[in-house]
Design a binder for this molecule. Structure first.
Ligand code: TYM
Length: 339
């Protein structure tokens, strides 16, 4: 009986949306904390994945580098195994509805709540000569990205949780005024790898825009660079491969190795019991090289064919725009704007 009921009312597939900025080359943190998990979602959800290039200009960019990084980021999504026929893979600036809804939501987002965003505080400290309005209202544009597609879940790393929470608040506020227009999204954060730390300052997250090249592994780093960076990774003087409170460096390396080698953290600790950091670091590097190798090779191949990437980007944007337009029509109508 129960089976019949379930069969008669199949649960609607959830919609998942996420984005990544082409502010540099993807890091191991982006791969482990985001892109790798998106791959698993494509079987269970209707997915949209976006290159968030409009967010990137909140920090000054060289135009040619931004374009090159956008192509590379798109190629990276394909190389990670995301299928452009089963998912909508697109570049944000090619879908005008993001800018349109971003503006509308700016008017439903409070100064006070934007002031509390830790990313705004961090980025304005790092870019003191360019604390622009876009950097401040960034979360309203990110809310637009999510709400345009009625996403149920937003798979992100831990650092983006606060932005998904404000998107929930904005959606609920708008719905409270105009009725049920937006789906209130949930953040989806993986249990492991949600915050991969810098190799140079392991109390901070690994970041694409870190000026110190030894702090982060990029997905296009050559094997010899990966080995060198892991060998230099900051640890501590305890010399045991064991997780512990405040052992940021070693905790991070254990986490990275366990993901890259497909082991539990306990198994990693057992494997390296009585062994030194030198041996461990080389093993971590080797496992990461193997994890990234197919991804890196496929990306390099795809980047040789920009026409193919252009064509997929256009097709993805057209599919995204069809969905986004429906939401925009509804929003303008509710708010009282002519379209
Ligand atoms: P971005 O480009 O900084 O990062 C992309 C994704 O990678 C995750 N991530 C990490 N995960 C683990 N360890 C790390 N060290 C690490 N660094 C980054 C991020 O959490 C993110 O999931 N604002 C977003 C882009 C965005 C977006 C969106 C995301 C724009 N619109 C809509 C979701 C939904 C950003 O700057 O991510």
């Amino acid at each position: 009986m129960e089976d019949i009921v379930t069969a008669a009312q199949p649960e609607k597939r959830k919609i998942a949306l996420s984005g990544i900025q082409p502010s540099g080359i993807f890091t191991l943190g982006n791969y482990i904390g985001a892109v790798r998990n998106w791959n698993d979602l494509q079987d269970s959800c209707d997915c949209l994945f976006m290159i968030a290039n409009m967010h990137t200009i909140t920090v000054r960019q060289d135009p040619a580098t931004l374009k090159a990084n956008t192509y590379r980021a798109y190629a990276n999504l394909l190389s990670a195994g995301l299928d452009p026929d089963r998912n909508i893979l697109f570049v944000q600036s090619q879908v005008p509805a993001h800018a349109e809804l971003g503006w509308v939501l700016d008017c439903y987002t409070m100064f006070g709540e934007l002031s509390r965003m830790t990313q705004f505080k961090d980025k304005s400290a790092k870019n003191a000569d360019n604390i622009n309005a876009g950097l401040f209202t960034y979360p309203a544009l990110m809310a637009a990205d999510i709400l345009l597609y009625k996403a149920d879940v937003v798979p992100v790393g831990l650092d983006q949780k606060q932005h998904v929470e404000i998107a929930r608040d904005i959606a609920a506020r708008f719905n409270g005024i105009y009725g049920s227009v937006f789906t209130v999204p949930e953040p989806l954060i993986s249990k492991s790898g949600a915050k991969i730390m810098s190799l140079a300052e392991p109390q901070y997250k690994m970041s694409k825009s870190d000026p110190n090249p030894n702090a982060c592994i990029s997905v296009s780093d050559k094997p010899e660079d990966i080995v060198r960076k892991f060998k230099r990774a900051v640890t501590d003087s305890e010399a045991t491969v064991k997780r512990g409170e405040g052992r940021y460096g070693i905790n991070n390396l254990i986490e990275i190795y366990s993901i890259a080698a497909g082991l539990t953290p306990e198994q990693v600790e057992q494997e390296f019991e009585g062994k030194g950091y030198g041996e461990f670091k080389v093993k971590v590097a080797e496992a990461v090289i193997e994890m990234l190798r197919p991804f890196r090779e496929r990306s390099e191949d795809l980047l040789k064919n920009k026409d193919y990437l252009d064509q997929l980007q256009r097709q993805g944007a057209e599919k995204a725009a069809r969905v986004a337009e429906r939401t925009m029509n509804k929003v303008y109508k509710k708010v009282g704007l002519f379209r």
